[in-house]
Design a protein around this ligand. Structure first.
Ligand SMILES: O=C[C@H](O)COP(=O)(O)O
Length: 210
């Protein structure tokens, strides 16, 4: 399973979380998505580092953008796109995917439900992630609160493009949640508060990947 830990804009120490992830022994692939400004420092720990977003632009007059080229140069291996807290127009998702592909970044496009998963899977990302917004940050895992949304998202993505991996997110914080996601057909999980808001991120990560 791919375990992508999104630090959002939580007031945690991104390097400490990355070092903790580096110390955890697991069969899963763990990656950390810090704030853009912290990508270089997190990547230096050796942990796989992701961006939370890249802009649908290339080099040029785009003040305030998050340039995919700069993100990749800083050490990112991939990027989230269209997170529930950073929604994009369909055309911008497509252009951000082009930017990521151009710069060698792997991609996970988020969506709220199976219909949206089918739509974004058609754009050809490496993976999609289904996240019911109402469960984000609640500590109630999507695999428990709404298992059908995960099953249906897996089926929807497979129908469009079986090469696209499917992750699920919202409320995931324990190894049981990761195992439940795998049983529902997910190839990975996307989570945040369970680690970023934990008093002891290393213990939280160990519990997650046990
Ligand atoms: O990017 C992560 C997701 O929004 C899930 O957040 P959460 O683990 O705090 O529910």
């Amino acid at each position: 399973m791919f375990v992508l830990v999104n630090l959002k804009a939580y007031p945690c120490d991104p390097v400490a979380v990355a070092q903790a992830a580096d110390r955890v022994t697991t069969e899963h692939d763990v990656a950390i998505a810090p704030q853009t400004a912290h990508i270089g420092a997190v990547a230096e720990t050796g942990v796989e580092t992701w961006a939370q977003h890249v802009s649908p632009v290339g080099h040029g007059s785009h003040t305030g953008s998050t340039l995919a080229e700069a993100t990749a140069d800083a050490g990112a291996a991939g990027t989230l796109l269209n997170h529930s807290e950073k929604r994009l127009k369909l055309a911008d998702i497509d252009a951000s995917l082009d930017a990521a592909e151009r710069t060698g970044l792997s991609t996970v496009v988020c969506a709220n439900n199976p219909d949206q998963i089918a739509a974004v899977a058609a754009l050809g990302p490496d993976a999609v992630a289904v996240e019911p917004p109402e469960l984000i940050g609640t500590g109630t895992p999507v695999s428990q609160a709404d298992p059908d949304i995960v099953r249906d998202a897996v089926a929807a993505a497979n129908e469009v493009d079986p090469e696209v991996d499917v992750y699920c997110g919202a409320g995931i914080s324990t190894g049981d949640d990761v195992a439940a996601a795998a049983e529902l057909g997910a190839d990975g999980v996307l989570l945040a508060s369970g680690v970023a808001k934990a008093d002891d991120p290393q213990a939280a990560l160990e519990s997650l990947v046990e």
